[in-house]
Design a protein around this ligand. Structure first.
Ligand code: ADP
Ligand code: ZN
Length: 734
């Protein structure tokens, strides 16, 4: 039979990418990986969630003779992927237990006729003896171009999701050694990687590991107080789009989803206490955008790949850093900004601690306690949250990430040497036989019965710490523990012990600086989402396009993101394309989508422009995704703006001259700056005003216009900030 060779010839892989998927460029390692696959090499791809793994086998599948067989563990995921592919006009199908006998037969026929490029299967079906004859027949007739093993960590007992069926997959290499195999996973640990290579008998595979940093995710931790539900509600109201709220118990899930509903938020619960059918229905409604929020126990999430989840909130403490990375990672798979929030309280720590003590196995307890320690470290830390997470996966991250609460609003260090001395000497006076709460009781002069019985109200340190709250003393104590200026027994009783560092503090040899969070503080504004950067008209149009997308999706019974990603709709709202050519330039519009949706979307946009008195756009504009365009590629609209700018016209004059909105001209100028064209900033923003804007950007980062404006105050407008920011980014981020 034919060896798998490249069939369709495109002038470049980029052209093929645009044709089939509508994207303007590859991400990270995608191109490298695809080139390897096209050379029939085995590869192992390790990329974080949302990195774009699927494309690495999908595009090669379309470029070669034969069918690519994709192994995927979950039926729901298969259906989802196949829907998305079909909506791009790609011949994909799945065979699984949800189909009738006749459906299976029809699909097998289609396969043998060579009508299918991608076949999705669960491992048990692929390995079942009854399937082998079909597999061999396929290989001998139309050819199998590759095996792609998705979620490959399932072969490893060391991974978080071991599936025994995956263990059988080594037979593929035994029976059909000539067919290249790709393994793909988002799991980070070295142990699991080795297991995958070995279990699947990969043949001298090239291993691609892309970093685990999810740049588009904003991480923050908020103190959990009595008013936390109000904070939660505020967060949910502030952030548009779909979100997941994780809680530890079913009771809490029910409570929160109920209260949210009472407060007019569309939310549904998801936990193991619901029937399988209810869970399925609630999940489906979430995926289809019929409900905005899912409140869930951690059981939710595996097996959905909704790309446009805009926020994940852990209302209770995550169990481990790794699980936090995976759960929070369900936000923003589409690469658009998304927020990840943890609500943290010591009361929760006590609850988890209690649960850990209930575990029968001591080794298990120890591991769980250590993991809890890591989580507390993460939540309490004043250093970059991203750095902490990545260091957990052995990846280093230096500097300011500009996208976590600690980097954007650094908590100042305060000198707490005197307080530390009081605290440590109190530990000494209590003869190193008590835990944190007792020490704080003594310092704050509590009248608790036990304390008095012990005679601790007679100690010289009794009542000398009333000037600070319990919370503040706790923060000091935890910080001393972190800095190893104090020790704690790990036998489950957490008795405080002095160490060498403690004595240095007591002897005034070293100062103690700590970050103190004031609990009364109102929650800081969360990072602005992309939509804030649209103007009012654009937001209205975006809403309208969303409704259109939802209608089209419902008609076909697919999730809305299958029709278009959020990023595509946003680009449409900004560029307002009303011709097919302009529409084709939108990222995410490939050949098939253009045919299927071009007319209906451009009509809608045209209609909107008419009723809102806006200028539509019939020019192909430069895709924002690729800023490094050369001058030749500048399209006419930019060139016109540029020419008028060079003639000395101000932005408003250019807008008037061209009959375009001022915002559009500013956008052009920013793009031109980004592309390295000579734009005279001084002629558009006076130098005296530039200085404070630059300073504000240095202070709060360039990511969010809203934050910069908040820093500057009302007297500055967004247009001038945009321009200065473009120059700053050009200088600092290029
Ligand atoms: P993973 O399987 O690694 O979690 P996916 O393959 O589901 O990630 O891709 C995540 C999202 O990114 C999807 O919405 C996908 O369509 C999009 N995507 C993938 N590659 C590109 C690209 N080159 N350009 C733009 N979007 C992409
Ligand atoms: Zn950071």
């Amino acid at each position: 039979m034919a060896s798998a060779t490249t069939i369709t010839s495109f002038p470049s892989l980029e052209k093929a990418l645009k044709h089939f998927f509508g994207y303007d460029g590859f991400r990270h390692y995608q191109r490298d990986i695809i080139e390897h696959v096209l050379k029939n090499r085995d590869v192992l791809v390790i990329m974080p969630t949302g990195g774009g793994k699927s494309l690495c086998y999908q595009l090669p599948a379309l470029l070669r003779v034969g069918v690519t067989i994709v192994v995927s563990p979950l039926i729901a995921l298969m259906q989802d992927q196949v829907n998305s592919l079909k909506d791009n006009g790609i011949a994909a199908t799945f065979i699984n237990s949800s189909l009738t006998f006749n459906e299976v037969r029809d699909r097998e026929q289609a396969l043998l006729k060579g009508e299918i490029k991608l076949l999705y299967l669960a491992p048990e079906r692929l390995m079942s003896p009854s399937f082998w004859p079909l597999l061999e027949q396929l290989q001998q007739t139309i050819g199998i171009s590759a095996f792609a093993i998705d979620e490959a960590h399932c072969v490893s007992e060391w991974g978080h999701d071991f599936r025994p069926e995956y263990r059988q997959l080594f037979q593929l290499k035994q029976q059909l050694p000539q067919i290249p195999t790709m393994a793909l996973t988002a799991t980070a640990t070295e142990r699991v990687r080795q297991d995958i290579v070995q279990q699947l008998r990969l043949n001298d595979p090239q291993i691609f590991v892309s970093g685990f940093n999810r740049q588009n995710l904003y991480y923050e931790v908020k103190p959990k107080t009595k008013q936390s539900y109000d904070h939660l509600l505020k967060l949910v109201k502030q952030q548009p789009g779909a979100g997941i709220i994780y809680c530890l118990s079913r009771k809490r899930v029910n409570e929160i989803s109920f209260r949210l509903k009472q407060d007019g938020i569309s939310a549904l619960p998801y936990h193991a206490g619901l029937s399988a059918q209810e869970r399925q229905e609630n999940q489906e409604q979430f995926i289809r955008d019929d409900v905005r929020i899912i409140v869930a126990t951690i059981a939710f999430g595996m097996g959905i790949n909704k790309p446009d989840v805009r926020f994940v909130i852990h209302y209770d403490l995550p169990r481990t850093i790794e699980s936090y990375y995976q759960e929070s990672g369900r936000a923003g798979r589409d690469g658009d900004p998304a927020n990840c929030t943890v609500f943290f309280s010591y009361a929760d720590v006590a609850t988890v601690d209690y649960l850990i003590n209930q575990k029968p196995d001591e080794q298990e307890q120890r591991i769980a306690r250590q993991q809890l320690r890591h989580v507390i470290n993460y939540t309490e830390s004043a250093i970059c949250r991203r750095k902490i997470q990545l260091s957990y996966f052995g990846e280093s991250f230096a500097g300011n990430c500009q996208n976590c609460d600690n980097c954007l609003n650094p908590v100042p260090l305060e000198d707490w040497t005197i307080e530390a001395q009081k605290f440590l000497s109190c530990v000494a006076r209590c003869q190193e036989r008590f835990g944190m709460n007792h020490i704080i009781d003594v310092l704050r002069g509590s009248r608790k019965k036990r304390l008095v019985e012990l005679g601790h109200d007679q100690l010289s340190t009794y009542g000398i710490g009333q000037d600070h709250s319990v919370d503040e003393w706790r923060q000091l104590c935890r910080s001393l523990l972190h800095q190893e200026l104090l020790a704690e027994t790990t036998d489950g009783y957490s008795v405080l012990k002095l160490n060498a560092g403690s004595w240095q503090v007591l002897k005034k040899q070293i100062p103690v600086n700590i970050h103190i969070f004031k609990r009364a503080e109102a929650p800081k504004a969360t990072k602005a989402s992309n939509e804030v950067q649209l103007n009012a008209d654009e937001i209205l149009l975006l809403e309208q396009l969303r409704r259109l997308r939802k209608r089209l999706a419902d008609e076909q019974s697919v999730p809305p993101y299958v029709v278009f990603a959020d990023a595509s709709l946003r680009q449409m709202a900004q560029q307002r394309p009303i011709t097919t050519t302009a529409f084709a330039a939108i990222s995410g519009v490939g050949k098939r989508k253009l045919e299927q949706y071009g007319q209906i979307f451009t009509n809608e946009i045209q209609h909107f422009c008419q009723s809102h008195n806006l200028t539509p756009n019939n020019i192909v504009s430069v895709p924002t995704a690729t800023p490094q365009q050369s001058a030749q590629e500048l399209t006419s609209t930019y060139i016109t703006t540029h020419t008028l700018h060079k003639q000395g016209l101000s932005p408003s004059e250019i807008a008037l001259e061209r009959g375009l909105r001022l915002g559009t001209i500013i956008e052009h100028l920013c793009q031109l700056i980004e592309m390295g064209q000579d734009i005279d900033l001084n002629s558009t923003v006076s130098p005296e005003r530039q200085v404070p804007i630059f300073e504000a950007i240095e202070k709060v980062g360039s990511h969010s216009l809203r934050n910069i404006r908040d820093e500057l105050g009302e007297t500055f407008d967004y247009n001038e900030i945009r321009l200065v920011r473009a120059v700053w980014e050009r200088q600092n981020l290029a």
